[in-house]
Design a protein around this ligand. Structure first.
Ligand SMILES: [Zn+2]
Length: 314
């Protein structure tokens, strides 16, 4: 049933995207520019997040590694189907395990792992907090053996694939160690989790104040109206989705602030915010569990008690 469903989605896409779609991939591969692909997590969430890749003159740069190594192996197989060029880099948009879990698969395929400099100190530690009560002994072992990035930066960085320029930028708001990846010649921006399309975001490490400022910058980038935005979660997006996501964060902040002013706390605060936030964003997928966590995180940010990952030294 699941396989049939995935295949049906793929069959519908194959008209514009790919000549020989593989059935039952854990993601949907979409070409979003010349030699630029988005791998969008499938409806069963068997990848854990989105990823993507860019094929240049002399090699391939991958953006993010998914959570499940089986999905990452499927991504490598899809790259191999499209090009014989070597996989030279993977850029992690941030440390969260749903984006770094398959790094070893890409390293084994030849990639150098590039990340924000904080990721080296966070990937094997803070990911245990991120998974919280969902963690299994197998996941714990996976997290504690994740590879550390090879090349780290806290500044913007250009990566060249022959004549193809890829611009890696540091951005604030989601974890304190995030990168975006821009392909100027194709006008494609991989945003990592700076953008979620119609899905409630994870704010556990975030600062909504910084985040909405970054998203305002993304929406105002040159040629934004003609830019393809590949979010960390949700389908391929455009600049209107960036504005919609930013509006969601601002609505969340306003509703939590209003509830706090009315003296509401904890479960009562979450119960007051939930129906209003859902009513403002009826086309979003928002679980009660996700909103409860968002309200808790937003409440902590507004009260100044939020604990964020501690920046790392070299
Ligand atoms: Zn994510």
């Amino acid at each position: 049933m699941i396989k049939l469903f995935a295949f049906a989605i793929f069959a519908a896409l194959s008209v514009s995207a790919l000549a020989q779609p593989s059935p039952a991939l854990p993601f949907v591969l979409k070409q979003v520019g010349p030699g630029v692909y988005a791998a969008i997590d499938g409806p069963e969430h068997k990848s854990g997040s989105n990823a993507g890749f860019v094929i240049g003159d002399d090699g391939v740069l991958v953006v993010d590694a998914f959570f499940y190594p089986e999905a990452t192996r499927a991504l490598v197989a899809e790259i191999r189907r499209l090009t014989p060029k070597p996989i030279r880099y993977v850029v992690n948009t941030h440390y969260h395990a749903d984006h770094t879990g398959g790094d070893q698969v890409l390293r084994n395929a030849g990639a150098i792992i590039i990340a924000h400099k904080n990721v080296r100190g966070w990937v094997r530690t803070y990911n245990l907090n991120l998974l919280g009560d969902r963690i299994t002994p197998q996941m714990k072992a996976q997290i504690e053996s994740l590879p550390l990035p090879d090349l780290v930066t806290d500044k913007d960085l250009n990566v060249w694939l022959g004549s193809r320029k890829i611009v890696v930028r540091t951005v604030l708001g989601h974890t304190g160690g995030d990168l975006t990846i821009f392909v100027p010649d194709a006008k494609v921006l991989f945003t990592g989790d700076m953008l979620w399309r119609r899905i409630a975001p994870n704010l556990i490490d975030g600062s909504v104040g910084e985040w909405v400022a970054t998203d305002a910058d993304l929406a105002a980038m040159p040629d934004a109206a003609r830019t393809v935005f590949v979010p960390g979660h949700g389908d391929v997006a455009d600049v209107k989705d960036v504005a919609d996501f930013r509006a969601y964060l601002l609505d969340l902040r306003q509703l939590v602030s209003d509830g706090r002013k009315a003296g509401l706390k904890d479960d009562a605060l979450a119960s007051a915010v939930m129906p209003k936030l859902k009513a403002l964003h009826p086309d979003w997928t928002i679980s009660d569990r996700a909103i409860a966590a968002e309200v808790r995180d937003m409440d902590q940010e507004l009260s100044g008690t939020k604990k964020r990952p501690v920046p790392q030294q070299d």
